[in-house]
Design a protein around this ligand. Structure first.
Ligand code: SAM
Length: 217
């Protein structure tokens, strides 16, 4: 079997066993996960592990999240084809690529300039042309393109960052790990229900690297 075919077979198995067999139901999310080659977002020496359901190191002490949690968080954003979405924590660019297959436009911010540059280059090479990458402190959002229909944060914050809440449209959703320590969090969804009101829900316990910055640690 050729490398490309075996990766496609492993990707199908991931969708079946780790996503569809669990609680991922949004067909647009399952289709996006079936399209994006996760092996292109992990270091060469980790490629054989690309479709296992766990996070992998991507350098600079950071990780690409496990496929299940990427699918779960994407579904929790309730993304639609017309949406503009902001992601904080570009990392490898994988979650941004998944989102870009579902929504109109993705903006993504990464604190570590080398990771931002590598992700930008990778996403261009793969032909994803509806994603903009910024190197900077995403705990403050990306005010230039606000408001966003959905914002996803892929690093753990001590509290819900006010800047992000205020960059949501009315009806917009923020999905973010929040917790009192740098290693254990509760995945929260905050929905903006009016100019000044937000509804909060707890989704599940998660373990993410910390969100640093002005509204992070
Ligand atoms: N979404 C990524 C992917 O698909 O590969 C995984 C992200 S990794 C779990 C979390 C990322 O958040 C790291 O790359 C880290 O550098 C970044 N990060 C932490 N604090 C940040 C901040 N204030 N602004 C932007 N990125 C931040």
């Amino acid at each position: 079997m050729k490398m490309h075919d075996s990766m496609a077979a492993l990707r199908e198995r991931m969708i079946r066993e780790h996503l569809a067999a669990r609680d991922i139901r949004d067909q647009a999310v399952l289709d996006a996960m079936a399209q994006v080659p996760r092996e292109a977002f992990v270091p060469e020496e980790e490629r054989y592990l690309a479709y296992e359901d766990y996070p992998l190191p991507i350098g600079h002490g950071q990780t690409i999240s496990q496929p299940y949690i990427v699918a779960y968080m994407t579904e929790a954003l309730e993304p639609t084809a017309a949406d503009t979405v902001l992601e904080i924590g570009t990392g490898s660019g994988y979650a941004a690529a998944i989102l870009s297959r579902i929504v109109r436009q993705v903006y993504t911010v990464e604190r570590i300039a080398e990771l931002a540059a590598a992700a930008r280059q990778r996403l261009v090479q793969l032909g994803y042309d509806n994603i903009e990458v910024l190197a900077g402190d995403g705990s403050l959002g990306w005010p230039e393109y606000a408001p966003y229909d959905a914002i996803v944060v892929t690093a753990g914050a001590p509290e819900l960052p006010k800047a992000l809440l205020h960059q949501l449209t009315v009806g917009g959703r923020l999905v973010i790990p929040v917790g009192p320590t740098q290693t254990l969090q509760m995945l929260m969804r905050a929905r903006r229900i009016s100019e000044s009101e937000f509804k909060r829900e707890e989704l599940c316990a998660v373990r993410f690297v910390p969100l640093f910055g002005a509204e992070g640690w």
